[in-house]
Design a protein around this ligand. Structure first.
Ligand SMILES: [Zn+2]
Ligand SMILES: [Zn+2]
Length: 164
C-alpha cells in the first residue's frame, strides 16, 4: 500500500494515526506458512521540518513447531519500529537504518513494516521457556514425562565405581 506523505512533508503536523493490514501469507518454513492471518500495524505519522517520523506498533502471531520438541505452537508478538523518512540526504548518508529515502514523498508503509518484522523475528521459538525437548535416544517428548531410557553412564565413572 503506497501512502502519499506530501502533506506531512509540506507542513509540520501533529501525530496522525492509521491502521494497516500486513500480509505475510507467503512467508514459509519447511513448506508451510508460519504467520497466522490478521497481522496489523498501528502507525503514527508526524510531519517535521523536511522529514516525517514514523512510529509503528505491530502485532502478529506465529504458528510453527517448537524448535526443541516440535510441538505446533502459536505465539503472539508485538514490536515497535521507528523510521525517519527524508526526501534527500543532505551531507551524505546518515548512519543507521532508521532513515528511509522517499524522493517522491511516497512510501510503501506496509512493505517497510513487513521488512521490520521479518528482520525482528525471534531467534528461538519454544512452546514454553523451559521446554525439555525430545530424548535424544528414544525421541519421547520429555515435557510429557520422563522416558524409560537408562540415564547415560560414562564408562570412566563405571570403572571408578568398580574400584570402590
Ligand atoms: Zn517445546
Ligand atoms: Zn528416551
Amino acid at each position: 500500500m503506497i501512502v502519499d506523505l506530501k502533506r506531512f512533508f509540506l507542513h509540520d503536523t501533529p501525530w496522525e494515526t492509521m491502521e494497516l493490514d500486513l500480509d505475510f501469507s507467503e512467508v514459509e518454513e519447511l513448506g508451510r506458512p508460519i504467520f497466522l492471518p490478521g497481522a496489523r500495524a498501528q502507525v503514527e505519522l508526524k510531519g517535521l521540518a523536511g522529514s516525517v517520523s514514523v512510529k509503528a506498533h505491530v502485532a502478529y502471531t506465529l504458528e510453527k513447531p517448537c524448535d526443541r520438541c516440535g510441538a505446533l505452537t502459536r505465539k503472539t508478538y508485538t514490536g515497535t519500529f521507528t523510521h525517519i523518512l527524508v526526501r534527500e540526504f543532505s551531507g551524505g548518508e546518515p548512519d543507521g537504518g532508521e532513515y528511509v529515502l522517499v524522493p517522491d514523498c511516497k512510501v510503501d508503509l506496509a512493505g517497510l513494516l513487513r521488512e521490520d518484522v521479518l528482520l525482528d523475528l525471534p531467534w528461538k521459538f519454544l512452546c514454553r521457556e523451559d521446554c525439555k525437548g525430545l530424548c535424544p535416544r528414544c525421541g519421547k517428548n520429555l515435557n510429557e514425562g520422563p522416558c524409560t531410557c537408562s540415564p547415560e553412564v560414562d564408562p570412566r565413572m563405571e570403572a571408578l565405581r568398580e574400584l570402590l
